[in-house]
Ligand binder design. Structure first.
Ligand SMILES: Nc1ncnc2c1ncn2[C@@H]1O[C@H](COP(=O)(O)OP(=O)(O)O)[C@@H](O)[C@H]1O
Ligand SMILES: [Mg+2]
Length: 324
């Protein structure tokens, strides 16, 4: 695991979130288990992990919605949960569930949120006009939110979440119900916000989204199992990913699955992608196993990707679980 202390902070942006020894228990269940997290400002920080790994619980503690069992949290220089009230005005929070009133129009939804944050009538008009343009709702201002497409609803929810210009946004699986093109558009908006100085903590289970983050953290059963820049985490697996081109990929997969030191064997088209445990001579061992099974195959070392990082971080700990 990379040390949270080794985060390189670029410019004078500083740190937006610092959590140390964060624990949340629900009865006997340890949902979050001594998590240390450092999120630099103006970064898009991705939060990954299987279902139930503690992503939402962690985010809810960081924004002061849930009291930790143990640990210290500092967000934007405020102690959480003690100073959560002061923090509330400086952050935005959006979940996978559309947090919109379906029977209000696009404009009414934004006006309602402006009122919640105490914007004056004049500020509200200017800010809503600005967001309608920025988030492409011209001509749809009077449309009921309930009649928007999934992608449009998520865009409107994001516009609502930034109505008060928060310095920090918590986005909990914001795109899980959205088509690929809308996901891409949504991420363009996230990067525009980061470029303007906003810090974003985004949970996702899409690898293409995780790939785009400045840094990511992977949780597994409440434990932080990886933390770093996506490219660096993949580079750290050097030598452990192998592609196998075999005439009979299914048979090759059977021959390799369950071999000691093999963490996963996935068929991708006509080839196999194999991830080995650390310290294995993966290519050599795989060649021998294929040869022993009487199979013809080419074994080619390849660069590791974030999918491999995810499998290595989660499967390495819990081999009985299917996380592929
Ligand atoms: N309010 C709660 N009461 C009891 N258990 C909870 C509560 N919230 C979450 N959990 C449990 O904590 C674990 C982590 O949940 P969660 O943070 O929602 O995971 P994720 O967001 O990664 O899917 C799960 O086992 C979940 O069932
Ligand atoms: Mg969740």
């Amino acid at each position: 695991m990379a040390s949270a202390e080794s985060v390189a902070v670029e410019g004078d942006g500083g740190i937006a979130i610092r959590a140390r020894g964060l624990v949340k228990r629900f009865g006997d269940l340890v949902a979050v288990d001594h998590v240390d997290l450092t999120v630099p400002r103006a970064n898009v920080y991705g939060f990954l992990g299987p279902n139930g790994s503690g992503k939402s619980t962690t985010m809810r503690m960081l924004c002061g919605l849930l009291t930790p069992t143990a640990g210290d949290i500092d967000v934007l220089g405020l102690r959480v949960p003690e100073q959560a009230d002061a923090l509330r005005l400086r952050i935005g929070y959006m979940t996978q569930k559309f947090s919109l009133f379906e029977d209000l129009t696009v404009r009414e939804n934004l006006e309602f949120l402006a009122a919640v944050y105490g914007l004056s009538r004049q500020q509200t008009r200017a800010r809503v006009d600005e967001l309608v343009a920025l988030y492409h709702f011209e001509g749809r201002e009077k449309q009921l939110a309930g009649t928007l497409s999934g992608g449009q609803k998520q865009r409107l929810a994001l516009a609502g979440a930034v109505i008060h210009r928060p310095e920090l946004l918590f986005l909990d699986e914001p795109t899980s119900a959205v088509d690929p093109e809308s996901r891409r558009d949504f991420w363009e908006k996230l990067f525009e916000l980061a470029d303007a100085g906003t810090t974003l903590l985004v949970s996702t289970h899409y690898m293409d989204e995780a790939e785009r983050c400045h840094r990511i953290a992977i949780l597994d059963q409440g434990v932080l199992v990886a933390d770093g820049a996506p490219g660096q985490l993949a580079a750290d697996l050097r030598g452990r990913s192998v592609e196998i081109r075999a005439a009979q990929p299914r048979r090759a997969q059977q021959a390799l699955s369950g071999l000691p030191g093999v963490l996963s064997v996935a068929q991708i088209g006509n080839s196999l992608r194999v991830l080995s445990a650390p310290g294995e001579d993966s290519a050599g061992a795989l060649r021998s196993a294929l040869h022993a099974a009487g199979l013809e195959a080419e074994v080619l070392p390849v660069e590791s990707n974030l999918e491999d990082v995810f499998v290595a971080a989660t499967r390495g700990r819990a081999p009985e679980e299917d996380v592929a």
